[in-house]
Every structure is written in C-alpha cells, then in structure tokens.
Write a new protein. Sequence first.
Length: 142
Amino acid sequence: MHCALTSAALDVPRVLAAVADGANGATAVFVGTVRSSNDGRDVTGIDYSAYQAMAEREIRSIASEASTTFGQARIAVEHRLGTLAVGEISIVVAAAHPHRGPALDAMRFAIEQIKRRVPIWKREHYADGTRAWVDPGGTELR
C-alpha cells in the first residue's frame, strides 16, 4: 500500500508501479485533474490544503478498507497539495487485483471515500480574479 500527500507533480506511472504485481490481471486507475469550470464559473486554478497528519492517516485507513473489502486489492493513492493550474493532476488512485471487478470496485470505493472523509480543502481561483472555498462535491461555499 502506498499513500502520499505531496506538493510535487504527480506521476501516474509511479503510482501504477506501486500496485504492480504479476499475480494481478487488472489495474484500475483514477486520475483527477483541475477542470476549467465549476458551478457555471470559469476556473483558472485551485489551492489544495490539508491537515496533513490527519489526511495521511485517513487516506491510509481508506486504502486499507478498500484492500480488505475487495479481496486484498493492492492500493496506491497520491494527492497533490498547493496551487494547481487547470489540467494539472490533483489525485491518482490505483487498485490492482487478479480480476477487473474487484480492481474497479476498490478504486471507486477509495476515491469516493477520500472525497467524503479526508480533510483536504480546495479554494478555486476564478477568471474574474475572485477565489472561493468549495466543498468536496464541487459546490462553492457561501
């Protein structure tokens, strides 16, 4: 299991290598990127911040749950912190298993739980020069 929060650019092949195993016939990967619009507003970037110790602990817990729940899938998660531009990778979640169903299920479980439970916050930068904090579902907090 590999889990990390980092300010460095995320490397998808490195995350995939963390779950590689000759016994696994399926690897599912989710790559989240900063999109150019949200809730009808043009976005130019996002600041990600976290309560790092708690966030890392919760990501490890989620990865462990995903592995156990879906038949000992191998899980790797990296999440970026700091200021990211549109198109940059913010998160990579990979899950590998001998079969595709559990690999896909473990990957989906992990990303959904990360969005719900991990104390990582994002503040969007808008084309009009304003910024706003948004909830994990992507809605501006007002």
